[in-house]
Design a protein around this ligand. Sequence first.
Ligand SMILES: [Zn+2]
Length: 67
Amino acid sequence: MQINISKSGIPIFAIVLLAIVFVFGLFFVGYDQGHIFSIVLGEQAFEDLYIHELTHDMRHAAGFPCH
Ligand SMILES: [Zn+2]
């Protein structure tokens, strides 16, 4: 008698990992106003807006509210 156990399908940790990457990417591209760099640069990051400037055209193209 032979028992074959085939494990197929997507592991749950892969879905969780991709969901985290997706949420981070969505925040990075669509909503960051200096929050990420403020961890390192402090209040100055909210005036420099490096990520905002980097992703500005992408935000408009993707329809995110900007200004
Ligand atoms: Zn804009």
